[in-house]
Design a protein around this ligand. Sequence first.
Ligand code: PLP
Length: 397
Amino acid sequence: MRLYVDNNATTPVADQVLGAMLPYLREGYGNPASIHQFGQQARAAVEQARAQVAALLNCKPEEIVFTSGGTESDNLAILGVVRAGSGRKRHVITSAIEHHAVLHTCRALERQGVTVSYIPVDATGLVDPDQVRRALRPETSLITIMHANNETGAIEPITEIAEIAREAGVRMHTDAVQSTGKILVHPQEMGVDLLSLSAHKFSGPKGAGALYVREALALEPMIYGGHNEGEPRPGTENVAGIVGLGAAASLALEEMDSGRVRIRELRDSLEESILSRFEDVGVNGPALRGPESDALRMPNTSNLYFDRVEGESLVIALDLGGVACSTGSACSSGTVEPSHVLMALGHARERAKSSIRFSLGRTHRREDNQFLLEQLTSVVRRLRALSPQTSVAETRS
Ligand code: PLP
């Protein structure tokens, strides 16, 4: 048996999504900019997908700009606002726990003379809106703070931060790549001007995403070309990918209410079993479970540390046992540096390097928890027995 519990890295494409895409990789190959019927068919498909994404976000279809995914959406939002601003508006506020798609974009801006404030987080990984308020300067042009963290699942107080941005006349962007399609994400109600999402995080294809851009907000494009996608994002559309994103959005909307609760219950049950079975194990990020956790933590995510076990070794040993999980951000796997997110929570290097993330998907079942627990028990026992640190009892069971 092989169990995939790394859904924050990516998700399998749902059958319905693949079924919707295939015709546009075969006979529906027209260019949406062409005036003949092939083109018109492709254009209609793109517009239908735009309406599907808008329905998921409860916004207007005109506010959706299709991109190649979360990374491009983040870049377009940040660079687009800063470059569209006046020469004096050269300050950006972000957080210490952003995905590298945001952090590295900010670093690139710093090299071009823009000042960036990195707001720290508390021990559960949450940003304090007051700290954002205090970081504001007359020259601030943008606040970019993520909605849900990919490693811990922490959900940031975006509505409060967006209110601060609005009062100060500063643009607000949120990276909602991990939350869109899994929990309710309504940019207008959150009060944000820009919001990034990515299809492959919610049963859609890789290489397709979108940026919500509040109506009438001007963005400087990152690349220049034809006018297919309006001013901010030219180029012939990835029609099949966009159709897949639209289908994934509709599926997410359909399954949102029941799916969210079902996954949270499975995550809670898994986490409770692990915490009761092992000594010296704890949750990184918001540790609350049950319905009260809905506002603070993504329902599918459990980031845990196992004292006296090296995270990478645990991931490799679990993989050999048929369980695919991760040490955190997929993009930083392979590096020996501890996660910048866990370090920002104030944890010691050892704890950050002894942590792994389970992120459950929409097809996860109760039996999968059982299998995971069995594998984890044998692997943690084995690795702890090898640990040079003095060990207490490896497991309680
Ligand atoms: N932002 C967050 C929070 C993510 O988790 C990811 C992907 O891991 C991205 C951005 C990048 O998205 P994409 O893989 O679509 O480029």
